[in-house]
Unconditional design. Structure first.
Length: 569
């Protein structure tokens, strides 16, 4: 009987040992899984931050790649468009070059009448419907004193395009010293003009005013009409407000890009980075505008150029300005040129084109014509002198537009920088509150530590099982009880050790996050200090622009005399 009892006891001991080993293994595996789960939970935040950074880097790469492709495409398109212009309107260019060529050839006495006659008659065949072709025939007829042909050619030219032909003959007769005839053409031209609905070619008259190439009698007629138009259009707010809004759009479109690597931490951790970046871009616009207007007002008139040379220049501008049928293609050329100028930024190019859109309108009011000349003198068909005069006449509403632009920009400046670093959300006004921010961050991680430690549950079940195992063995006797007690003790010890390790892992992980986030926060605050300084410096340049605009007067830009310039206003 005792042998059986000992045999049974041995079996029980082996079974208990196996059970203990299995329980220990399971307990260890559960502990390991719990540790892994806890570690994964803490690493998830770090991975999310890294993924966000990678996502932003990828988005930047996509944006830069798109700009590069836009740039390449624009360079290809602009070549194709210019080629299309050459194919469709290339013969216009040949005719345009003949106008001043004939005049200069006659001046030098190097071109015979027959050569001029044959060349101009050939033009009539090559360019049916083009107003300049019969105008050149009229010029050639005048040179050889063929009045019937001259009158007939003038009539045909006026029939094809009354406004351009009138302007051409007005300038031509002045170029030939026929002042009475020039005055008659000028009066005829103004008789049909509506300051609210002017042809694009009227800009040539403005160029003539600015460069002072006309006889005093003609200048008086010009100045009188221009002054009356200004009085009419500036009586109400409608036309001025339209120009103000266009100038505001122009200022908006002039905003430069911000260096993407200048504030890398703010870009990554500031929730309102888009607003911060846009505010800085807006503030940086003032320096660009200051340089722009400074270059305009510093463009002087070369008084060494003779009246004939000036008239040739203006005649060339009139005949080389693209005609209305060329406008759609010229608009596309301008858009692609802007894309190239903006380094592939299609949105910025479109914004600038939208601001310049009225340059490509066939008919505009006089104030709009001034704005066109100020925006884009090349597209408007004038020199820098006329651009300066246009800016000086438009100065009151340009100044108002800049004040509005500045006020709107300052209103949009963010009051605080909103930061989110590893779940810690805070805001700072200027980055000078580092001590308070670090204290808030420490409290956040203390809270995170408490939450983490609270999530590690005390192994009550494992300890109870160990206790039960330790007690249960005593039903088999003293030896069995001692063995089971040892096994139960090991189980309890394993559970307590796992509990302690988990808590230590929480502390280590939280401390690692805290240290890393602390450095990031300090970096963000330092960048905020630099950002606020740069924003204040750039924004203060608005006053320099205002002073510059205030200093502009029409008297500064007339090459005729201060008295005539005053008469404009």
């Amino acid at each position: 009987m005792p042998e059986v009892s000992y045999a049974n006891l041995s079996e029980i001991e082996r079974a208990l040992t196996a059970i203990n080993n299995n329980i220990a293994t399971v307990n260890s595996n559960v502990g390991a899984l719990s540790d892994i789960q806890q570690t994964m939970a803490y690493k998830q935040d770090a991975m999310e931050a890294e993924l966000k950074q990678l996502s932003e880097a990828f988005a930047d790469f996509i944006a830069q790649d798109a700009k590069h492709k836009n740039l390449q495409l624009a360079e290809t398109r602009i070549g194709n468009l210019r080629q299309e212009l050459q194919i469709k309107f290339g013969y216009y260019a040949e005719i345009r070059r003949m106008a001043t060529g004939i005049l200069q050839g006659v001046d030098a006495g190097l071109v015979g009448n027959e050569t001029i006659k044959s060349s101009t008659e050939e033009v009539m065949i090559k360019a049916p419907g083009y107003w300049l072709a019969p105008a050149l025939v009229a010029l050639a007829s005048w040179v050889r004193d063929d009045r019937p042909t001259c009158d007939q050619a003038i009539s045909e030219s006026l029939k094809r395009d009354d406004y351009k032909a009138t302007l051409f003959f007005m300038l031509l007769t002045r170029r030939l010293g026929r002042n009475d005839a020039s005055l008659a053409w000028l009066e005829r031209y103004f008789m049909h003009q509506n300051p609210r609905d002017l042809d694009r070619e009227f800009i040539t008259v403005l160029e003539a005013i600015a460069t002072g190439v006309f006889h005093p009698a003609s200048r008086i007629v010009m100045m009188k009409n221009v002054k009356n138009w200004l009085d009419q259009l500036t009586q109400g707010d409608q036309f001025i407000n339209e120009q103000k809004n266009q100038w505001i759009k122009y200022f908006e479109a002039s905003k430069p890009a911000v260096q993407s690597d200048k504030y890398p931490l703010l870009k990554q951790y500031a929730k309102n980075w888009v607003v911060l970046e846009n505010s800085l871009r807006t503030a940086k616009t003032h320096e660009i505008l200051n340089n722009h207007f400074s270059s305009i007002i510093s463009s002087g008139q070369d008084f060494s150029i003779t009246v004939k040379a000036k008239l040739d220049e203006i005649l060339t501008q009139l005949v080389t300005n693209f005609d209305d049928e060329e406008l759609p293609l010229q608009k596309k050329v301008r858009l692609n040129q802007l894309i190239i100028d903006k380094d592939g930024d299609k949105d910025a190019a479109q914004a600038m084109l939208d601001a310049e859109m009225n340059v490509f309108q066939e008919k505009v009011d006089f104030l709009q014509m001034l704005t066109n000349a100020a925006f884009n003198p090349e597209a408007a068909g004038v020199t820098g002198v006329t651009q300066a005069l246009a800016v000086s006449i438009s100065q009151p509403w340009i100044l108002e537009a800049h004040d509005t632009f500045t006020a709107q920009s300052r209103k949009m400046f963010p009051q605080t920088v909103e930061l989110v670093i590893d779940g810690f959300a805070t805001s700072t006004k200027d980055g000078s509150d580092e001590k308070e921010q670090l204290s808030k961050q420490d409290k956040f991680y203390m809270s995170e530590l408490q939450k983490g430690l609270g999530s590690v549950t005390f192994p009550v079940a494992g300890i109870l099982i160990g206790a039960l195992v330790g007690i249960a063995g005593f039903i088999f006797g003293l030896v069995g009880g001692l063995i089971s007690l040892a096994i139960g003790g090991v189980m309890i010890w394993n559970n307590l050790r796992s509990f302690k390790n988990k808590k230590e892992l929480v502390r280590t992980t939280i401390e690692g996050r805290r240290k890393k986030a602390r450095e990031v926060l300090r970096g963000c605050l330092a960048e905020t200090v630099d950002y606020r300084k740069e924003l204040a410096i750039e924004d203060s340049k608005a006053e320099a622009v205002r002073e510059l605009l205030n200093s502009i007067t029409p008297q500064d830009f007339s090459s005729v005399s201060q008295e005539i310039a005053r008469n404009i206003m």
